[in-house]
Ligand binder design. Structure first.
Ligand code: NDP
Length: 298
């Protein structure tokens, strides 16, 4: 059996088309475009690349983006001060602090300085707390795990009563992915670096989400026949045969697992495109919240 391949780009493109239409409607009706402020501290090349991509995609859908860069040795006060200033700026609907921050900064304090209604990454402790609690609803859900769930929905996965295994427990992917699955009434096992018998645990899964950052770790014999496999991982590995000398692979050994799984995302090309689409969607939602609050820029 060869698995159904769940591609992210067509879904992300569809989301983007809807967002473009909605931002045009907001501009026509209220005279402003939704605005996203990005905060980048330091000179990590990958972070610069991610922020550039996010700002380019904003432009494509009619969202204004305001880029703010601080040096690697910026003080806690300076970063929090900037975030607070953006929090009070009516032209800014969403604030994105690119992670990771340099080690001397208190990430939780910086994220907590973002007003809840501008927390488009969904990493504010209160938004994550609400996601973790029964009967509570966060204003925003973190974009990568939300994208993973959306792709499962697109592929027709059944969540109710399903055995789901999440590989990884990070604040930005594994943990929120597990919480989103619990909300959908799956029975969830969260694995991490101390989990014993990983292949055996994974083999139980009707839904398997891999977010560990270990190139092609999940092999065919870890996967239950017919399972839905979502590969969040994105790992650079040597590829001497290519011009660049490297290539990107996921956490799942795609070629062998696709022969066992019922449906599988490629990496690259699966969850990746969903992350920025989710950020744009959340920024649009933040602009709608601002309108509901009567905070329309002059
Ligand atoms: P982290 O490094 O923050 O977390 C990795 C998690 O995997 C940890 O919980 C860790 O366990 C667990 N882990 C590491 N090694 C093993 C192992 N050998 N066996 C079992 N568990 C293990 O990574 P992120 O969550 O930030 O990212 C995960 C992957 O997703 C990366 O490849 C990243 O590039 C990718 N990613 C992709 C995105 C996208 O597509 N847009 C966005 C964000 C991430 P422990 O907690 O015990 O240390």
């Amino acid at each position: 059996m060869t698995a159904k391949i769940i591609k992210g780009k067509p879904v992300a493109d569809r989301m983007q088309a809807g967002i473009t239409e909605a931002t045009a409607q907001i501009e026509a009706k209220y005279g402003f475009r939704p605005g996203l402020a990005t905060v980048l501290v330091g000179d990590n090349p990958a972070s610069h690349q991610y922020v550039r991509m996010k700002r380019n995609r904003c432009k494509e859908v009619g969202i204004e983006s305001f880029g703010h860069e601080l040096p690697a040795d910026a003080t806690q006060e300076a970063v929090e001060g900037l975030v607070r200033k953006l929090g009070a700026d009516p032209e800014v609907n969403g604030i994105l602090v690119q992670l990771p921050l340099p080690g001397h900064l208190d990430e939780e304090a910086v994220l907590s300085a973002i007003p809840l209604h501008k927390d488009v990454d969904g990493f504010h402790p209160v938004n994550i707390g609400r996601l973790a609690m029964k009967g509570r609803k966060p204003l925003f859900v973190p974009c990568t795990p939300a994208g993973a769930i959306l792709l499962l929905e697109e592929a027709g996965a059944t969540f109710e009563g399903a055995e789901a295994v999440v590989l990884g427990r990070s604040n930005i992917v594994g943990l929120p992915a597990a919480l989103l699955l619990i909300h959908r009434n799956a029975t969830v096992t969260v694995c991490h670096s101390r989990t014993k018998n990983l292949p055996e645990v994974c083999r139980k899964a009707d839904i398997l989400i891999a977010a560990v950052g270990r190139a092609e770790m999940v092999k065919a014999d870890w996967v239950k026949p017919g399972a839905y496999v979502i590969d969040v991982g994105s790992n650079q590995v040597e590829d001497p045969g290519s011009a660049k000398g490297y290539k990107w692979v996921g956490d799942v050994a795609f070629d062998e697992v696709k022969e066992v799984a019922g449906a599988i995302t490629p990496s690259p090309g699966g969850v990746g495109p969903m992350t920025i689409a989710g950020l744009l969607q959340n920024t649009l939602r933040a602009a709608e919240i601002a309108i509901e609050r009567g905070e329309i820029p002059a």
